[in-house]
Design a binder for this molecule. Sequence first.
Ligand code: OMP
Length: 224
Amino acid sequence: MTRPLFVAIDTPDLDRAKALAAKVRHHVGGIKLGLEFFCANGRSGVRDMAALDLPIFLDLKLHDIPNTVAKAVQALRPLNPAIITVHAAGGRAMMEDAKAAAPEGCKVVGVTVLTSLDGDDLAAIGVGGDPHDQVLRLADLAREAGIDGIVCSGQEVKAAKQHWPGGFFVVPGVRPAGSDAGDQKRMMTPRAALDAGASVLVVGRPITQAEDPDAAARTIEATL
Ligand SMILES: O=C(O)c1cc(=O)[nH]c(=O)n1[C@@H]1O[C@H](COP(=O)(O)O)[C@@H](O)[C@H]1O
């Protein structure tokens, strides 16, 4: 990845997605397309975005039995994404099978604890301990499964990297100082997340909802 900043193009509107990507393209290392975009535009939408010639991070957060996830990853192969996500909580076999089904060169990363969750949220779904411990537990499982890395918040990435020096670390929940948290609970600034060891920084609304997305991306890039 030449530039660490990936912009999350979270919109169902294909034209808006193309316009956003075109505006920020000189300041980002790639674009992240997630569930909102994919449910609205499917594989043909991803192909349209790929025509912009930026690496595609296809963030579908797959989480199912190993056979189903492997077949889903196989179905995504023709799109040749640079990065795809599965939920690490799907277990070791699921991650192993996802990696085996992924195209050559595609990084498979395991989402650990969503950045929108804090310790109370974990307790509510029956997960004991704090997010930090849970991220490290799932990072170990992801490493054992042979996938490429994990998704975690900036608050855990330093410790996760110590556990897994060769890992690839995707960090969302990234907020420039003073910007709106929205639904994010575990956050960090872009610079601090990069210093802590992030391989890729995912930033959505601070760029896409800005009056001038190009200027917002440029300002973030300048801090890196
Ligand atoms: O896998 C992700 O990218 C992801 C994991 C996570 O724990 N938290 C998280 O926010 N994300 C994604 O990162 C993006 C964050 O968007 P903003 O909060 O608008 O910057 C969204 O597209 C989320 O789907």
